[in-house]
Design a protein around this ligand. Structure first.
Ligand SMILES: Nc1ncnc2c1ncn2[C@@H]1O[C@H](COP(=O)(O)OP(=O)(O)OP(=O)(O)O)[C@@H](O)[C@H]1O
Length: 140
């Protein structure tokens, strides 16, 4: 956030806000971020499915001793895209509650980003987990 212009009256509550570099400020921001993720988890069924799918994929990584980084990155990408998609949907609903072609473009493009990221994550997951899984099953 950019600093206020000189002479701008302080916004309400600014006096109670911790300074920019304090750990309290960081903790406050982390709590807002967590609230956004929790809201998305409670309202978006897709996000819930993606969270559990990510947990299963990471668990399989540990169990199969497969590389964790690509799977963790793919999971983080999909979950982040879903959070951004939810944020964008909320803004679109706020500014354009009525049907509008631009609102449709914005929502469809955001949904497309989630779809593309999810397809990539599935490829990464299958490519990383399938060979060790087959090897594990073959040695039984
Ligand atoms: N204000 C609007 N103007 C035009 N089209 C809209 C509008 N709101 C929604 N749509 C269309 O309806 C589709 C579904 O929108 P909606 O807000 O219901 O998302 P959703 O199905 O709940 O998505 P998600 O499952 O990710 O939450 C959008 O992708 C868009 O094509």
């Amino acid at each position: 956030m950019s600093p206020p212009a000189p002479g701008t009256p302080p916004e309400p509550g600014a006096a109670r806000r911790p300074s920019a570099r304090s750990p309290r400020r960081w903790w406050r921001s982390a709590r807002f971020a967590w609230a956004g993720a929790a809201h998305t988890y409670h309202t978006q069924a897709n996000f819930r499915v993606e969270c559990w799918a990510a947990l299963v994929a990471l668990g399989l990584c540990v169990w199969l001793r497969a590389p964790l980084a690509p799977v963790a990155l793919a999971c983080a990408l999909v979950l982040s895209l879903e959070l951004v998609n939810t944020a964008l949907e909320a803004v679109v609903d706020l500014v354009s509650p009525e049907w509008h072609p631009l609102a449709k473009v914005a929502k469809d493009a955001a949904a497309g980003a989630v779809l593309l990221g999810s397809a990539g994550a599935v490829l990464v997951g299958v490519g990383t987990l399938l060979p060790p899984l087959l090897a594990h099953l073959g040695t039984r």
